[in-house]
Design a protein around this ligand. Structure first.
Ligand code: ADP
Ligand code: MG
Length: 918
C-alpha cells in the first residue's frame, strides 16, 4: 500500500506563553531566553527544537510555520498528527483550538478546517473528496465519543493493515469549514454537559479531533487517503512530577495512565529501535501508534510556562520534547492501487524475486564452498564479520524473555534462527497478538458491562436520592397538609361554634317569638273579652232599642188613641155637644200621679243608661289604649323578627360559604392524600426493591413501622374527618328544621297580625257605634232637660187648666142652681143642658187623661214620630219645617201640643161662654 516511504523525525516545536496576570502579580521571574529560532535557554541549559516560538508569536505565525504543511501532506495522502504537550495552563488548548470563532485568536484546528477546503477548491476538478471527522476524548483510559454521549467506552481495533483505529466512534461527513466548526462546537458542548468541573476535567483528559480525508481521481480511479490526528493532551504536571520523584503516584497512574504510557512509548522510541515499545499500555498510545514511530508525519508542540514558579515542570516538558525529537517516523503515501497498478507491481516483485533467488543460489554455492574451506581452517579462528557472506536472518524480539537462542555474544540480541522457526515464532506472535486483542475486546466488553452496571447503580442512586427527595417533599407536603387540615379543623371548630351560637341565638329568638306569640295570644284573649263585652253592650243596646221600640209602639198607640179621641173631641166640639164632666178632678189627679211616676221611672232608667254609657266609654278608651300598646309591641316584634330574619339570612350565607370552603378543602385534601398514597406506594416499592437488592430485611422492618404508623394516622384522620362531616350535616339539618319552624312562626305571626287588624277595624266600628250611642244619649239628656221644662210648663198649664175647670165647674153649678131657681118647670131644657154638661165633663175627663199621657210621653216624640205626620195630624202651619234641629222639633211639638190644647180649651171656653153669660 505504501508507495515511497520517507523517513523523518518527529517535528518538535516549543511555544512559550506570556506571563499571566497572576504570575505578574506574584512577581514571578521570566525564565526563558530565546536564542535564535530554534533554541531556548532555561536555567542555563539550552534546548534545541525544530522551532521555538517566543511569547509574542501570533496564532497565525504558529500555524503558518508548522501546521500549514501538514494540511498539504494529508491532502497528498500522508497521515499526520499534531500533539500539544505541556503542563496545565501552559497554552495547549490555546495552541490547538484558541478562540474558535475569533479570526485572530483561533488556533490550529479551526485554521486547518478552513485550509483544507481552500486547498480542495484549488485542486484538480477531477478529484472527489470524502471528508469525515470524529471527536473523542480519553479520560481514565476510556474513550468517550464527544459526538454521541451514549458511547462512553469505545474500544481500539486494528484494521486489515494492522493500523489501530477507534471502533464504532461517530464519523460525520463534512463539506465546509462551517460544518467542521459545528462538529467542534457540538463536541465541546457535549464535553461540558457530561462533567461538573470542566477545568479539572480538561486538564486530566486528552481530546482528539480526527480528520479523515479520502480522495479519488474520477478518471484514473486513483485513490488516496490521509488521517489527521489533532491531539490536545492532558496536563503533563503529574507525569513530570512522577518522573522527577522517580516513583509513580497511584493517583497519577490512575488518572493519567495514557500520559505516562505516552512518556514510556516516547522514551522507548527515543532509546532506540531495539527495545519493545509499549503502545498497548494505554488506549491513547494505541490509537497514536502510527503517529509515534510509524507511518505518519508528526508534529509536537511543547507548550511551556515562562514563570519561575513552574521551573521544574517547564524543564521536564523541555526534556520530554528533546526525547520526542529523536523519534523517527517513516511516512508513506496511502495509495490504493488500481488493478493495473497491482499487476505491474506484481510483475516487478516477481522479477525482483527471481533475481533474489538467483542471488541466493549463488550465495548458497558460495557458502558451501566456504564451508568446505572452513573445515580445513583450524578451530578458534574466527571469520571477520565483514567478510561474512552467509545470509543472516535477524529478528527483533520485543521482550528479552522471548529471546530463544542467544549467541555467545550476550550483548547482542541478534539470534540465528531458521526460517521455519522464524515463521513459527511469527505465527506464535500473531496468535499472541490475536489473543491479546481478544482479551482486549473481552476487557472492553467487561469494562462496558461494568460501566453499564455503574451507570445503572448511579441511576438507581439518583432514583433513590430523587425518591428520597420525593419522600422528603411528600413528608413536607404531608406536614403542610396536616397543618392545612389542622387549620381546616380549627375552621370547622369555629364554624361549629358559630353554628352553636346561631343555634343558641335561634333558640333565644324562637323563645322570644313564643313569648311574643303568647303575648299575642293574651292580647287576642283580651280582645276576645273586649269583644264579648262589646257584644254584651250591643245586646244591651239592642235590648234597649227593643225597649224603645216597644215604647215607641206604645207612644204611637197612645198617640193614635189620642188622635182618635181628639178627632172625636173635635167632632163633638164642632157639633157643639160639649158636656163637662162632673167628677173629673179626682181622676185627673190620679192620672197626674201615674204620669209623674212614669217620668221618675224614665229618669232613673235614663240615669242608669248614662252610667252604663260612661262605663262603656271608659272601657272603649281602655280598649283603645291596650290596642295601641299591642300595636306598638307588635311593630317592635315585627322589627325584631325582621332583624332576626336578616341575621339568619346572613348566617345562612356565611354557613354556605363556609360549607363551600370546607368542601374545597376536603376535596383538595382527598386529592392530596391520594397523591400522597401514590407517592408513598412508589416510595415503598422503590424501598422494597432496594431492600430486596441489598437483602437488608431488618432495616426493611424498621422502615415498615413508620409507614404503618402513617397509615393508621391517615385512617384516624379520615375517620375524624368523616365524623366531623356527619356532625356538620346533622347541624345543617337542625338548622333547616329551625328555619322551617321560624317561617311557620312568622306565618302564624302574620295571621295574628291580620286578626289583630281585623279586630282593630271591628273595634273602630264599635267605637263609632258607641260614639253614635253616646251622641244619642246626649240628645236623650238634652231632651230630658227640655222635658223637665215642659213638665213644669205642663204642670203650670195643668194647674191653670185645673183652675179653669174649677171655675168652669163652679160656674156650671151656679148656673144650674140659678136655672133651677128661675125655671123649675123648664125641665126639658135643663135636661138637655145636663146632658151637654155630662158630655162635656166626660170629654174633659178624657182630655185630661190624654193630657197626662202627652205629658208623660211627649219627650219620646223625637225618636219615633215623624214630624210631617205629626204636622199633618195636628194640621200645623208649614213654618214648622223651618226648624231643622230635632230639639226644636220636639219643643215645637210640645208647643204645638199645648197650643192645640189651648185652642181646645179656648174653644171649650168660647163654647162655654154663652153658657156662662147665660
Ligand atoms: P492548557 O490548555 O494548557 O491548560 P490554555 O490553553 O487553556 O492552557 O491556556 C491557559 C491561559 O493562558 C488561557 O487563558 C490562554 O488564553 C492563555 N494563553 C496560553 N497561551 C497563550 C499565548 N501564547 N498567548 C497569550 N495567551 C496565552
Ligand atoms: Mg486545555
Amino acid at each position: 500500500m505504501a508507495d515511497i516511504p520517507s523517513e523523518c523525525n518527529i517535528k518538535v516545536l516549543c511555544r512559550f506563553r506570556p506571563l499571566n496576570q497572576a504570575e505578574i502579580l506574584r512577581g514571578d521571574l521570566f525564565l526563558p531566553k530565546f536564542t535564535g529560532d530554534d533554541t531556548v535557554v532555561v536555567g542555563g541549559k539550552s534546548y534545541v527544537f525544530d522551532r521555538v516560538f517566543p511569547t509574542n508569536t501570533t496564532q497565525e505565525q504558529v500555524y503558518n510555520t508548522c501546521a500549514k504543511q501538514i494540511v498539504k501532506d494529508v491532502l497528498g495522502g500522508y497521515n499526520g498528527t499534531i500533539f500539544a504537550y505541556g503542563q496545565t495552563s501552559s497554552g495547549k488548548t490555546h495552541t490547538m483550538e484558541g478562540k474558535l470563532h475569533d479570526p485572530h485568536q483561533m488556533g490550529i484546528i479551526p485554521r486547518i478546517a478552513e485550509d483544507i477546503f481552500n486547498h480542495i477548491f484549488a485542486m484538480d476538478e477531477n478529484l472527489e473528496f470524502h471528508i469525515k471527522v470524529s471527536y473523542f476524548e480519553i479520560y481514565m483510559d476510556k474513550i468517550r465519543d464527544l459526538l454521541d454521549v451514549t458511547k462512553t467506552n469505545l474500544s481500539v481495533h486494528e484494521d486489515k493493515n494492522r493500523v489501530p483505529y477507534v471502533k464504532g466512534c461517530t464519523e460525520r461527513f463534512v463539506s465546509s469549514p462551517d460544518e467542521v466548526m459545528d462538529v467542534i462546537d457540538e463536541g465541546k458542548s457535549n464535553r461540558h454537559v457530561a462533567v461538573t468541573n470542566m477545568n479539572e476535567h480538561s486538564s486530566r483528559s486528552h481530546s482528539i479531533f480526527l480528520i479523515n480525508i479520502k480522495q479519488e481521481h474520477v478518471e484514473t480511479e486513483q485513490k488516496l487517503c490521509g488521517k489527521l490526528y489533532l491531539v490536545d493532551l492532558a496536563g503533563s504536571e503529574k507525569v513530570s512530577k512522577t518522573g522527577a520523584a522517580g516513583a509513580v503516584l497511584d493517583e497519577a497512574k490512575n488518572i493519567n495512565k495514557s500520559l505516562s504510557a505516552l512518556g514510556n512509548v516516547i522514551s522507548a522510541l527515543a532509546e532506540g529501535t531495539k527495545t519493545h515499545v509499549p503502545y498497548r499500555d494505554s488506549k491513547m498510545t494505541r490509537i497514536l501508534q502510527d503517529s509515534l514511530g510509524g507511518n505518519c508525519r508528526t508534529t509536537m508542540f511543547i507548550c511551556c510556562s515562562p514563570s519561575s514558579y513552574n521551573d521544574a515542570e517547564t524543564k521536564s516538558t523541555l526534556m520530554f520534547g528533546q526525547r520526542a525529537k529523536t523519534i523517527r517516523n517513516t511516512a508513506s503515501i496511502n495509495l490504493e492501487l488500481t488493478a493495473e497498478q497491482w499487476k505491474r507491481k506484481y510483475e516487478k516483485e516477481k522479477e525482483k524475486n527471481k533475481t533474489l533467488k538467483d542471488t541466493i543460489q549463488k550465495l548458497e554455492a558460495e557458502l558451501n564452498r566456504w564451508r568446505n574451506v572452513s573445515s580445513s581452517i583450524p578451530a578458534g579462528e574466527d571469520v571477520p564479520e565483514t567478510e561474512r557472506t552467509e545470509p543472516e536472518i535477524v529478528t527483533r524480539f520485543e521482550s528479552v524473555e522471548e529471546r530463544p537462542i542467544l549467541d555467545n555474544d550476550t550483548s547482542s540480541i541478534v539470534v540465528r534462527i531458521s526460517e521455519e522457526e522464524r515463521q513459527k515464532y511469527e505465527e506464535e506472535i500473531r496468535k499472541l497478538y490475536k489473543q491479546l486483542d481478544d482479551k482486549d475486546d473481552e476487557i472492553n466488553l467487561q469494562c462496558q458491562l461494568v460501566e453499564k452496571l455503574k451507570q445503572q447503580m448511579l441511576d438507581q442512586d439518583e432514583l433513590l436520592a430523587s425518591s428520597r427527595g420525593d419522600g422528603d417533599k411528600v413528608q413536607a407536603e404531608l406536614g403542610r397538609l396536616q397543618v392545612e387540615s389542622d387549620c381546616a379543623k380549627a375552621e370547622v371548630k369555629e364554624v361549629l361554634q358559630a353554628l352553636e351560637e346561631l343555634a343558641i341565638n335561634y333558640d333565644q329568638k324562637s323563645q322570644e317569638v313564643e313569648e311574643k306569640g303568647l303575648q299575642n295570644q293574651l292580647l287576642a284573649d283580651q280582645l276576645a273579652q273586649k269583644m264579648a263585652s262589646l257584644m254584651e253592650l250591643e245586646a244591651e243596646l239592642s235590648r234597649m232599642q227593643e225597649v224603645s221600640g216597644q215604647q215607641r209602639k206604645r207612644i204611637a198607640d197612645v198617640l193614635n188613641g189620642l188622635m182618635r179621641d181628639l178627632s172625636e173631641f173635635s167632632t163633638i166640639v164642632g157639633n157643639g155637644e160639649i158636656k163637662l164632666p162632673v167628677e173629673i178632678s179626682g181622676a185627673i189627679e190620679e192620672e197626674f200621679t201615674v204620669a209623674r211616676l212614669y217620668i221618675s221611672k224614665i229618669k232613673s232608667e235614663v240615669k242608669s243608661m248614662v252610667k252604663r254609657c260612661r262605663q262603656l266609654e271608659n272601657m272603649q278608651l281602655e280598649c283603645h289604649r291596650k290596642m295601641e300598646e299591642t300595636g306598638r309591641e307588635l311593630s317592635s316584634c315585627q322589627l325584631l323578627i325582621s332583624q332576626h330574619e336578616a341575621k339568619i339570612r346572613s348566617l345562612t350565607e356565611y354557613m354556605q360559604s363556609v360549607e363551600q370552603k370546607k368542601r374545597q378543602l376536603e376535596e383538595s385534601h382527598d386529592s392530596l392524600s391520594e397523591e400522597l398514597a401514590k407517592l408513598q406506594d412508589q416510595d415503598n416499592s422503590l424501598l422494597e426493591e432496594k431492600e430486596g437488592e441489598k437483602g437488608e430485611t431488618e432495616e426493611g422492618n424498621v422502615k415498615k413501622v413508620p409507614r404503618q404508623q402513617g397509615e393508621s394516622h391517615r385512617g384516624l384522620h379520615h375517620k375524624q374527618l368523616a365524623r366531623l362531616r356527619d356532625e356538620i350535616n346533622e347541624k345543617q339539618r337542625i338548622i333547616d328544621e329551625l328555619t322551617d319552624r321560624n317561617s311557620k312562626l312568622e306565618l302564624e305571626l302574620a295571621q295574628v297580625r291580620a286578626d289583630f287588624e281585623r279586630l282593630k277595624s271591628q273595634d273602630s266600628t264599635k267605637s263609632e257605634r258607641l260614639e253614635e250611642l253616646s251622641f244619642l244619649h246626649e240628645r236623650h239628656e238634652q231632651t230630658k232637660q227640655d222635658l223637665k221644662g215642659l213638665e213644669e210648663t205642663v204642670a203650670r198649664e195643668l194647674q191653670t187648666l185645673h183652675n179653669l175647670r174649677k171655675l168652669f165647674v163652679q160656674d156650671l153649678t151656679s148656673r144650674v142652681k140659678k136655672s133651677s131657681e128661675m125655671e123649675p118647670d123648664d125641665s126639658g131644657g135643663s135636661c138637655t143642658q145636663k146632658q151637654k154638661i155630662s158630655f162635656l165633663e166626660n170629654n174633659l175627663d178624657q182630655l185630661t187623661k190624654v193630657h197626662k199621657q202627652i205629658d208623660s210621653f211627649s219627650f219620646l216624640f223625637q225618636f219615633s214620630l215623624p214630624v210631617s205626620s205629626l204636622i199633618s195630624v195636628l194640621s200645623l202651619p208649614p213654618s214648622l219645617f223651618l226648624f231643622p234641629s230635632s230639639w226644636f222639633v220636639t219643643m215645637q211639638i210640645c208647643v204645638v201640643s199645648f197650643q192645640s190644647w189651648r185652642n181646645v180649651f179656648g174653644l171649650l171656653l168660647r163654647e162655654l161662654r154663652p153658657w156662662r153669660l147665660h
